[in-house]
Ligand binder design. Structure first.
Ligand SMILES: CC(=O)N[C@@H](CC(=O)O)C(=O)NC[C@H](CC1(C(=O)N[C@@H](Cc2ccc(O)cc2)C(=O)O)CCCC1)C(=O)O
Ligand SMILES: [Zn+2]
Length: 600
């Protein structure tokens, strides 16, 4: 009798809970929208006035609403609910992160976050070598441009060191206090520390180990790519003697963080006599504008039968750097949680990099559009890596010679085995060079959150990771007076990063499944799913579920397996892997785990 009575009580409270949820979701949209709008206004106009509004709307309103609702939700016996979806929604509503801090602590945390982001977004570097203009230069587009294009070692060192002095070096004390507040909130919510909280989004006790296993599976491939690139760079800079222990100087790889090596593609092209894969010249020649790139990207998603960018998107996005004010230039996609307003903010310039980034940001928007009818706590990726993989999936098609030719952007591609290798090398320089970087950022942060890395070791641990995983080293000696982690956007901005490592693995599992659905018969790396409604249908099924279904089930539905796997990535790059092994025969491969003597 008691059991019957108890289940009857649960039934009533489940019905009650559903009523409560309907009201909650209506209220939540209002708070989420206002906080997001205020955050957008600050990011697109970095004034103290906009900051004050953003912090107040975020901290006083949305955080308090979140906290109040978590308390109300916990009045239900939701853990005993029989309705899985209902239980899942309640578990998310009651897991409130930093909102569990006091108003004072939350405001302090928000202020630290926005102060560090502002330092990062407004930092400038002066005294450029051979430049008597007296000008000071920001990261976008100037310092990134020097690292991308210059071969002058003085200029490269000026930009590399200058950026770190102007950004990260000013932050370590703020970051230390920020970490203590994040950990305080995590502990209130029952987590060991903030890393434990962040990892909980992957709903898997073996997540950390799974990522390490994936890295170890990929590592031999990365070592081959690293060895080849190192040899080519040593030839390019004969006066610069690279350390015997195998590390590459971090400022020679064409990117401020050495996380993508496309800008030195011309030095490492397998068949140098064939034309480059870089479509920048073609974009400029055809008078492409930022808007035209956005419209072409929209066309790609529409060709899959997915949802076109809605009117407010075109009216309210910020697609180029404004001339009259300070903004956060780092690209981002925004969901305003009112099921109507979705925007991209980026400082587009017309080149291949921004062509790809635009497809990435629009991929996020497509995911927002697909799950917009979900309850608000299910409007996110099946896990954060899924959101980044979906954002990247377009690039696997739009980067192919097939697609670029179809839109008239690749006039002189020579389609033979050598041309194919050039294409694969270009893909590896962004997608494979990235893997150790994507893996190591949160390895460092998780150790900071757990206290394993104290303030006194922030920078030495950062470089130990950089030397160990990426096989690069600092061209200028580092110390604990530096804080190079702060010179990478996601650290001061507090955006978790392991999602990008996960995305760079699973996007190949996604692509393999989409290409199968599209009836592709070409090699995986030459598969372009544009125009395939069947591929679009598979993608849409994945995206509409948002975070309502545990990600292994979502992955299983699309790919047939519920586990992350590096096999599709290795299959995609097979021709290049074989070629690199031949090229590196008899050559040194790999590097010492420790940084070269004298670098720290
Ligand atoms: C409101 C909000 O924050 N929204 C989120 C989206 C969401 O969570 O809903 C968002 O827009 N985040 C911004 C971030 C921007 C970029 C980035 O930071 N990329 C990483 C790593 C990387 C490297 C290679 C690659 O191919 C893909 C990613 C880096 O540059 O280091 C820069 C250009 C590309 C993606 C992004 O879009 O992921
Ligand atoms: Zn993204």
């Amino acid at each position: 009798l008691f059991f019957v009575a108890e289940s009857a009580i649960i039934q009533i409270s489940e019905a009650e809970a559903k009523k409560w949820l309907n009201k909650y979701n209506v209220d939540a949209e209002k708070y989420f929208f206002e906080a997001t709008e205020a955050d957008w206004n600050y990011n697109t106009n970095l004034t103290d006035y906009n900051l004050a509004i953003s912090v107040s709307l975020f901290s006083n309103d949305l955080a308090n609403f979140t906290e109040t609702k978590a308390k109300e939700a916990n009045k239900f016996a939701w853990k005993n609910f029989t309705d899985e979806l209902l239980k899942r929604e309640f578990s998310k509503i009651t897991d409130i992160g930093p909102a569990s801090l006091s108003d004072k602590d939350f405001q302090r945390m928000s202020t630290l976050n926005s102060d560090m982001t502002k330092i990062y977004s407004t930092a400038k570097v002066c005294n450029k070598p051979n430049d008597s203009s007296g000008k000071c230069y920001p990261l976008d587009p100037d310092l990134s441009g020097v690292i991308a294009k210059s071969n002058d070692l003085d200029e490269l060192t000026w930009a590399w060191k200058g950026w770190r002095d102007a950004s990260g070096k000013l932050m370590p004390d703020m970051y230390e206090e920020f970490v203590s507040l994040l950990n305080k909130a995590a502990k209130i919510n029952g987590y060991e520390d903030n890393g434990d909280y962040w990892r909980s989004w992957y709903e898997s006790p073996t997540f950390r180990k799974d990522c390490e296993d994936l890295w170890l599976e990929i590592k031999p491939f990365y070592e081959q790519l690293h060895a080849y690139v190192r040899r080519k760079l040593q030839q390019k800079y004969p006066k610069l003697s690279f350390p015997k222990d195998g590390h590459i100087p971090a400022h020679l790889l064409g990117n401020m963080w050495a996380q993508a090596w496309n800008n030195i593609e011309y030095m490492v092209r397998p068949a140098p006599d064939l034309p480059s894969m870089d479509i920048t010249d073609e974009l400029v020649k055809q008078n492409y504008t930022a808007l035209k790139i956005f419209q072409l990207s929209d066309q790609f998603f529409k060709s899959l039968g997915l949802i076109p960018m809605p009117e407010p998107f075109w009216q309210k996005s910020m697609i180029v750097k404004p001339a009259d004010r300070d903004v956060v230039c780092h690209a981002s996609a925004w969901d305003f949680y009112n099921r109507k307003d979705f925007r991209i903010k980026q400082c587009t310039t017309v080149n291949m990099g921004w062509f790809m980034t635009t497809h990435h940001e629009m991929g996020h928007i497509e995911y927002y559009l697909q799950y917009k009818e979900q309850p608000i706590n299910f409007r996110s990726g099946a896990n954060p890596g899924f959101h980044e993989a979906i954002a990247d999936i377009a690039s696997l098609s739009v980067a192919t010679p097939e697609y670029l030719k179809s839109v008239g952007l690749l006039p002189n591609f020579v389609d033979n085995p050598s041309g194919d290798l050039n294409f694969l090398m270009n893909q590896a320089l962004s997608k494979v060079a990235f893997l150790p970087f994507g893996y190591m950022i949160d390895q460092w942060r998780w150790d900071v959150f757990s206290g394993q890395t104290p303030r006194s070791q922030y920078n030495s641990k950062w470089w130990q990771n950089r030397c160990k995983y990426q096989g690069i080293y600092p061209p200028v000696k580092r110390s604990e007076f530096d804080f190079d982690a702060g010179s990478k956007f996601h650290v001061p901005n507090n955006t978790p990063y392991i999602r990008y490592f996960v995305a760079h693995i699973i996007q190949y599992q996604f692509q393999e499944a989409l290409c199968k659905a599209a009836g592709n018969t070409r090699p995986l790396h030459r598969c372009n799913v544009a125009g395939s409604k069947e591929a679009g249908k598979k993608l849409s099924e994945l995206m509409t579920s948002g975070a309502s279904i545990p990600w292994p089930k979502v992955l299983q539905k699309l790919t047939g397996t519920d586990k992350m796997s590096a096999k599709p990535l290795m299959a995609y790059f097979k021709p290049l892997i074989d070629w690199l092994k031949k090229e590196n025969q008899g050559q040194k491969v790999g590097w010492d785990e420790k940084c070269p003597p004298g670098s720290l």
